[in-house]
Ligand binder design. Structure first.
Ligand code: AMP
Ligand code: MG
Length: 383
């Protein structure tokens, strides 16, 4: 156990004296959580293997899951990456500071445990004044994964960080809620053609102008397919309460969810709902069991609070949560939001438009909560 100090900083004009305290701690090998424009990061000196080790220990993160290195500016790139391709500089000019992470060949001076012995490094320049101020103050490359316990929703407030990591890290800089709320977009430039490893805070459309041959997976990657890409494990961002996604049109989903909520109640289980705002009026009977995602047509807005909503699900005291995705879109943050919902559900999806949807859903719940469902009551609907 270490004492965790919370330092409140102005998110736009952070106090230089507070940043100096945190920068000094980083140079001494301490762990400092700080806000970025995506989510809160858990920082350590990327040149110091024992500081990097402490990140894995604090997060309970497997050592095989490498960390992103944060820089104060593109001029530091040569110090962490070996001969970056020209397109890396073009992408940096377009997006940095900003929510784009590039995977490049790594420089030898970086701590080797940073990337599980891989010859690569993931790197970005964050856009948040607190993150940038801290990076400038310490003049070090800073390894910083999201400041949450492994597989939990990423933290978008200092309170989320404390909930997961109090007693495990030295400092939390509290700069209020993070503006984007979803992690960075990750592109691997060490592969030919380059490959999108994670949808995130950067819109892909302008990046495609520079990377016309970018490989974009058509469905979320799962770990076995994408060994070099952590954050791609199927169980990720998960609330403690098991989550199940219900796809299909809103009307079909309504029929299925109404039947499912009733059947589950009859079998002694309480189900909660996670819904885009537009669908809330369809479920007046279950109002106190609903967490609203925000407007389905505005994924940027949904993204900002998505991880807070996922954490709120655990307050519903539900046995299982049935969630609806946003309307399909390839624009803006739509794919990043869909990806996080899919992983929060560990990929468990039921299509409401299939004939056996209710029994499929009930079987899945039975799998997720083995032995918890009472056996069929007489007179119960078994569609
Ligand atoms: P997190 O730090 O929890 O946001 O997750 C780390 C993210 O960084 C993962 O999703 C990976 O896609 C990416 N990453 C970090 N280092 C590497 C690397 N050396 N190779 C590929 N991806 C990496
Ligand atoms: Mg993470």
């Amino acid at each position: 156990m270490v004492a965790t100090q919370l330092l409140s900083v102005d998110p736009i004009h952070p106090d230089a004296a507070l940043l100096a305290i945190a920068a000094h701690a980083l140079r001494q090998g301490a762990l400092v959580a700080f806000p970025t424009e995506t989510v809160y990061g858990l920082g350590a000196n990327a040149l110091d293997p024992s500081a990097v080790d402490r990140i894995f220990a604090a997060k309970q993160r497997p050592f095989t899951d490498p960390l992103i290195v944060h820089l104060a500016g593109v001029e530091q790139l040569d110090g962490v990456a070996r001969t970056p391709p020209t397109v890396a500089y073009s992408l940096a000019a377009l997006c940095w500071p900003g929510p784009l992470t590039l995977v490049l060949q790594r420089a030898d001076r970086l701590a080797p445990n940073l990337a599980a012995g891989r010859p690569t490094v993931a790197v970005r320049v964050p856009a948040h004044p607190v993150a940038l101020g801290l990076l400038r103050a310490c003049q070090l490359p800073i390894a910083a994964p999201s400041a949450n316990l492994f597989s939990r929703p990423s933290p978008t407030t200092a309170q989320h960080v404390l909930k997961d990591l109090a007693g495990r890290i030295e400092f939390v800089l509290d700069g209020g809620p993070t503006p984007i709320g979803l992690e960075s977009t990750v592109i691997d430039l060490t592969q030919e053609p380059p490959r999108l490893l994670r949808h995130g805070g950067a819109d892909l459309a302008p990046l495609l102008q520079l990377l016309p041959d970018l490989q974009i997976p058509t469905r979320p990657l799962i770990a076995a397919e994408s060994a070099p890409a952590p954050g791609t494990q199927l169980r990720h961002y998960a609330p403690h309460t098991p989550l199940l996604l219900v796809s299909g049109h809103a009307a079909a989903a309504q029929n299925l969810l109404d039947a499912a909520l009733e059947t589950l109640s009859a079998r002694g289980l309480r189900a909660g709902l996670l819904l885009p705002d537009e669908e809330l009026p369809r479920y007046p009977r279950w109002a106190e069991r609903i967490v609203a995602l925000g407007p389905g047509e505005a994924p940027e807005q949904v993204g900002r609070t998505l991880f807070t909503r996922l954490r709120q699900l655990d307050e519903l005291a539900a046995d299982v949560v049935l969630a609806r995705p946003l309307p399909q879109t390839t624009a803006g943050l739509g794919p990043a939001v869909q990806d996080r919902l899919f992983r929060a559900a560990e990929g468990h999806t039921v299509d409401a438009e299939t004939p056996a949807a209710l029994s499929t859903l009930l079987e899945l719940v039975e799998q997720l909560l083995p032995g918890r469902m009472l056996t069929c009551q007489s007179g119960e609907r078994t569609v």
